[in-house]
Ligand binder design. Structure first.
Ligand code: FDA
Length: 305
């Protein structure tokens, strides 16, 4: 049943009509539990609160599958504005974004041009930018663009997904860039031709790449809500005397907030991924796919408390 629900929500996450309707009608159905706000103004308050609790943030300017140049430009300007607000308000925050929001599906030239504008703003205000990893169809192109931009800018990172069979090879190949990488299990519905279908294999591969990247001496963001993976990382830290300056944990806004605070109290760096913006639909559906228990929140959102 869980797998059926997961596939159902992942299918819904790609529906373009629902994406458009969601933008038009605003945050609904309990999405506010996972999305900080539709404007940067509201979101800044959420970031300040998290910073007060000792947590760093990466704000995610929600948006994906943009198919016209004008909209890609508008999303780019919104990201630049977010960088300015981070700087003006002195927020402890980075920025995360998706290349499809910046025009990846329109042309590579356009997406690189838009990314350079955002990275220039990041460079000017010392704001780190992470390129989220999307579905496998766009994987190689995303890695290629990351490598190209990494040669031009320091404050840029990307994400690798443990569910991919090839990910170990990619960790090894990217090592020459000493990249700051976020490592995750992977959130998209992928074919068993490219990704492990079984959770236990994904978990094993996740541990493998965390160890590889950390022992290569690179900055590692371990993005998970899974206690077994968190414990594994702590064990690595002890066994190999890895400095706490070399890694951080990351979790999503609204998921396990009490665990986030505990990790801060234990003296670990904790970064919360805070999504904002009107393009919340695909993100919200993927969160439901991960944990059908969250559907309860949706029903409350639809039918009241
Ligand atoms: P998993 O979903 O396997 O959960 C493991 C355990 O965690 C559960 O058994 C439970 O114990 C606990 N848990 C999980 N959710 C809980 C909840 N709501 N309440 C209580 N306990 C809970 N993906 C991607 O493809 N590209 C990307 O760029 C990113 N970026 C990203 C950034 C950040 C900061 C995070 C945290 C995640 C991503 N992801 C992502 C998503 C990622 O790939 C993955 O889908 C989710 O993190 C879910 O996987 P977990 O590692 O949390 O474990």
């Amino acid at each position: 049943m869980e797998r059926v629900l997961r596939n159902f929500f992942l299918f819904l996450s790609k529906n373009k009509l629902f994406t458009k309707l969601a933008r038009k009608y605003g945050l609904r159905f309990g999405a506010g539990r996972f999305v900080a706000g539709e404007t940067m103004e509201n979101t800044a308050k959420v970031i300040e609160e998290l910073n007060r609790k000792g947590m760093d943030v990466t704000i995610d300017h929600l948006g994906e599958f943009v198919d016209n140049e004008e909209e890609a430009k508008q999303r780019t300007d919104e990201c630049i504005e977010a960088v300015h607000v981070i700087a003006e308000k002195n927020l402890h925050s980075q920025l995360s974004l998706k290349l499809t929001s910046m025009g990846l599906d329109i042309s590579e030239e356009l997406v690189v041009e838009n990314m350079r504008k955002i990275l220039e703003a990041g460079k000017k205000h010392s704001v780190f930018i992470t390129i989220d990893m999307e579905d496998y169809e766009r994987y190689e192109q995303t890695l290629r663009i990351f490598q190209q931009l990494k040669e031009e800018y320091d404050l840029i990172g990307t994400v690798l997904q443990a569910y991919l069979y090839r990910v170990e090879e990619d960790v090894a190949n990217l090592n020459e860039y000493s990249p700051n990488l976020r490592l995750v299990k992977g959130a998209y519905k992928e074919s068993p031709k490219v990704a492990f279908p079984e959770k236990k294999d994904v978990d094993e591969n996740f541990k493998k790449i965390i160890k590889m990247h950390m022992l290569n001496g690179n900055y590692t963001a371990i993005a998970t809500h899974d206690d077994a993976i968190i414990e594994y990382t702590k064990q690595l830290e002890k066994e190999h005397s890895i400095s706490r300056e070399q890694f951080e944990f990351q979790m999503l806004y609204g998921i396990r907030p009490e665990r986030q605070e505990e990790l801060v109290k234990e003296g670990y760096r904790m970064r919360v991924y805070v999504p904002y913006g009107d393009d919340w639909y695909g993100y919200f559906m993927r969160r439901l796919a991960e944990r059908p228990a969250n559907v309860g929140f949706v029903l409350k959102g639809v039918f009241g408390k």
